[in-house]
Write a protein that binds this ligand. Sequence first.
Ligand code: CUA
Length: 288
Amino acid sequence: MRFLFSRVPLLALTLLGLAISGAQAEIRQTSVWWLPRNVTMFGHEIDFIFYVILVLTGVTAVAVFSVMIYFIVKYRAKPGVSAVHSHGNNTLEVIWTGIPVFIFLALAIYGNEQWTQMRLKTPPADALPVAVIGEQFGWNVRYPGADGKLAKMSAASVTKENPFGVDSADPAGLDDFTTYGELVFPVDRPVRLYLGSKDVIHAFYVPEFRLYQDMVPGRIYDFVWLKAEQTGQFQLACNQLCGQGHYKMFGKLSVVPQSEYEAWAKGKAPQPTAAKETSTVPVVMAGR
Ligand code: CUA
């Protein structure tokens, strides 16, 4: 009994913890207990394979437990009845091994094909390039100006003062503009991300985009791209425990119509005098 009682405070603490975490989860306004809505092109395939696996494992779990319970009851110990010893059944074993092998292979082939589409194929040429460099504890964001091109970036050049690792001699970067923790994506247009980190491992995570990519310092990831199909307000959350301020490392992300994006970008673009300064000081940290 004493063993049981000592568990009571622990249980109360656990329930309190669950209540608090439940309250925080309600920051999401809709679909709190299920997948958040999907707003990107690749999300359809990701959700599809999620539901296929959920149904397969769900049906299997119900079937296995039903048969198990039935056998437990049917073959329970009865007085005067001795146990039966079985040597197995080769045909049955081939079937119940063959079917899962087929299912796993199908899932692997489908998953691999989708992954190839998402990460291994070159992003579309008309994609809007956007650089996002994580730091403790926020997001440096860099957009191309009217030329549609970002300055050349290299992970080796990333420093405290130059979080994007841009080549200041590259004329493509003169009209680039930057924000801090603010991202705006045009809807229905591919966006090619250049992801990196200034200090420790962070992760670019937007549940509604079904997109999660670690950002390891020393690398610029140029293969992640997406296409948002719906407008809305989202939160970019860091998904790697990166220090004491990890919990507050989020960014404001909006998906807006192309015209609205253009108006926003125009408002952020460096003025001609500022553009000159950009050539010597490549990074303008707006909002800091
Ligand atoms: Cu950055 Cu957690």
